[in-house]
Design a protein around this ligand. Structure first.
Ligand code: ATP
Ligand code: MG
Length: 423
């Protein structure tokens, strides 16, 4: 019986995996430029961690989590909660007042699978803990923008502020009043949300709801003085970095823990899966999870699947399979026996080498060498072996010359290394 992968769970095959490596390598490179350290957390956590941080009334906690109900544990749907749990558990604030951390890995959400939306997906996640300055908000958006620019994907940055516990309740009341005047025209989800989480009505995807909230009050105009100053400074700092952005009063983000700055990098090229990266500030969250008081935090997460889709769509040169340095092609068992330790020796010397183990014809082995993008081939035919020579062939120019095979193949190894490393 044939068994396939679960719906929404995907294998990443050679051919595509190179794009993943490219994304991850570039991300690591840029994280290092910004002086971030890597942290890796487990995939399973107590369910209560996510319920308490992400919020009971969010889509993620209400309907998207993979939970082992009997054990009250959940496969992480995002990284921030786990990262903060680790930060608190290991007292990382004691080691350094400001922690700049990143993590890369799989997340799990039970959503309807579609292009750019999976049930196991992967995020590049960046968090700064212990820094309240608006410059850090701009620095993080600058980092995101640098990564997306260097990847060559085209996105726009949308920015909002969600205020803080001082100014948000007042705005919430005002918004509630606005919503109640139109409640009958909203979708059922929004009717429900209007009592639990009225801000979420602002980012409903339903066109009818969008139309209704078009003229809703903007939180940006109802921030307290401190939030307003912070928001202006973030914008000034973004301008200093020449990171362009637009303000979006409808962007509220689905997670409860955000305050002040929230942002998304959006693409037009992935249909409704338009968010490539999303993040924001969460100043009260560390304390809420039982950590030290007054540790501000901010972070973002980028979806790797969506980045890879964008790279594939660009039809830019697909990164070809990385070519090998040398293919050792031998005809017959004797030649294979001779080639086997030779290939191992080349690999010990950091040379990418391959050979055939199936006793194929020389012609077929040369085909393999071509397919593997070999720069050179060492051809050991039956006659050659008899004469004590092998053919060393430049695969691009097709020029070849004889090299002596000596019984002790160290000497041959040294000649090959010399040839291969000097070009
Ligand atoms: P969306 O609005 O697309 O559902 P989200 O607001 O739920 O996104 P976040 O929780 O902020 O997303 O996660 C950050 C990023 O992770 C998203 O911008 C997206 O690139 C990626 N992402 C989120 N959910 C998925 C998923 N199910 N499959 C693939 N990527 C995802
Ligand atoms: Mg979602």
């Amino acid at each position: 019986m044939k068994i396939s992968a679960l719906n929404g769970f995907k294998d990443i095959l050679p051919g595509e995996v190179e794009l993943w490596q490219h994304v991850e390598n570039l991300a690591r490179d840029i994280f290092a430029r910004f002086h971030f350290s890597e942290i890796r957390m487990p995939i399973l956590e107590k369910t209560s961690l996510f319920a308490r941080s992400i919020g009971e009334a969010t889509d993620i906690v209400e309907k998207e989590m993979y939970t082992f109900v009997d054990k009250q544990i959940t496969m992480r749907p995002e990284a921030t909660a786990s990262l903060l749990r680790a930060y608190i558990q290991h007292g990382l604030h004691v080691q350094k007042p400001v922690q700049r951390l990143f993590t890369i890995g799989p997340m799990f959400r039970h959503e309807r699978p579609q292009k750019g939306r999976l049930r196991q997906f992967h995020q590049l996640d960046v968090e700064v803990l212990g820094a309240a300055s608006p410059r850090v908000d701009a620095e993080l958006m600058g980092l995101g923008s640098m990564l997306l620019t260097e990847l060559g994907v085209s996105v726009s940055l949308e920015l909002n502020s969600l205020g803080c516990p001082v100014c948000r309740p007042g705005f919430r009341e005002m918004l509630l009043q606005f919503i109640n005047e139109r409640k009958e025209l909203l979708c059922d989800d929004c009717k429900r949300r209007s009592t639990t989480n009225p801000l979420r009505v602002l980012d409903c995807k339903n066109p009818k709801c969008r139309e209704q909230v078009e003229d809703a009050p903007s939180i940006q105009e109802h921030l307290c003085e401190e939030c307003d100053t912070h928001f202006s400074a973030v914008q000034h700092n973004l301008q200093q970095l020449k990171v362009s952005y637009s303000l979006n009063k409808f962007m509220v983000r689905g997670l409860d823990y955000y305050c002040r700055t929230t942002f998304e990098f959006i693409t037009k090229d992935l249909g409704s899966q338009s968010a490539v990266c999303a993040g924001g500030r969460y100043d009260g969250l560390v304390e809420q999870l039982g950590g030290p008081k007054k540790v501000p935090g901010i972070g973002f997460a980028m979806g790797i699947e969506r980045l890879v889709l964008l790279l594939q769509q660009q039809e830019q040169e697909q990164t070809p399979e990385k070519g090998i340095d040398i293919f050792v092609a031998g005809l017959g068992e004797k030649a294979a026996d001779f080639a086997f330790p030779l290939v191992h020796g080349l690999r010990q010397n950091k040379i990418i080498a391959a050979m055939d183990h199936e006793g194929r014809s020389l012609k077929s082995q040369m085909k393999q060498a071509n397919k593997a993008g070999a720069g050179w081939a060492l051809i050991i035919g039956e006659d050659e072996l008899e004469k004590g020579v092998a053919m060393f062939r430049n695969m691009a120019t097709k020029e070849q010359n004889e090299i002596a095979i000596v019984n002790d193949n160290n000497e041959l190894l040294n000649i090959l290394i010399e040839q291969l490393t000097t070009g």
